[in-house]
Design a protein around this ligand. Structure first.
Ligand SMILES: Cc1cc2nc3c(=O)[nH]c(=O)nc-3n(C[C@H](O)[C@H](O)[C@H](O)COP(=O)(O)O)c2cc1C
Length: 188
């Protein structure tokens, strides 16, 4: 697939086939992530991978609970998000067979930007490989979940920056999502 096809064809996948993603393919995604640019070339985004279905469900529930608590406490709640986070029926990881978590260390000069570029590479590479992905911001509360961190051996100084579901999409969106045209303020 051409790069532009992958960029234009990528859509967030929220329905997955039950088929597992081979570990080799997950490794390729993580390595594609590591090709991203990083501020001052620090290259210190790290990863955790979960493919155990029970753990994916468990972390989904824990993520919902923590994110809800933290967003309420911070006054960062909107009604649609609150509805998802309080509904017993909502499954924030969309029953994907694999999750990739991205972390940054205190060494990173621009951690949010570095992790976002890694995430972007992973999502574009996945599209190229016929895999679907979705960035799950609603899982952010897992950053402060001690059990989650202990299970995966996440060092204390690492911050969760992105959570990406991965799997074979059950429905492949063939129509590109309507995207706003570029706003270009100036072009001299
Ligand atoms: C930072 C970030 C957080 C997101 N969080 C969620 C989420 O928690 N759940 C979800 O289903 N989609 C989430 N998305 C996916 C967006 O909803 C999606 O990218 C957007 O609707 C555009 O659709 P597209 O990805 O198909 O182009 C997130 C995307 C980003 C960039």
């Amino acid at each position: 697939m051409e790069t532009m096809d992958a960029i234009y064809g990528r859509r967030s996948a929220r329905k997955y086939l039950p088929d597992p993603v081979p570990p080799q393919k997950i490794k390729i995604l993580v390595e594609a992530g590591c090709r991203a640019a990083s501020a001052l070339n620090v290259q210190d985004v790290s990863f955790a991978v979960v493919t155990d279905r029970d753990k994916i469900s468990e972390y989904g529930e824990r993520g919902k609970k923590r994110t809800l608590e933290e967003r309420r406490a911070a006054g960062r709640m909107n009604p649609a998000v609150e509805r998802i986070l309080t509904s017993e029926r909502s499954v924030i990881f969309h029953r994907a067979p694999a999750l990739i978590f991205l972390f940054t260390s205190p060494e990173c000069y621009s951690p949010v930007e570095d992790a976002s570029l890694v995430a972007g590479n992973i999502m574009t590479a996945a599209e190229d490989m016929g895999l679907g992905t979705c960035w799950i911001g609603l899982a952010q509360g897992l950053n402060s979940d001690k059990e989650f961190r202990r299970d995966l051996g996440i060092p204390d100084d690492r911050t969760l920056r992105a959570t990406i579901t991965v799997g074979y999409p059950e429905i492949r969106e063939t129509v590109p999502k309507e995207k706003r045209p570029p706003v270009i303020h100036g072009w001299i």
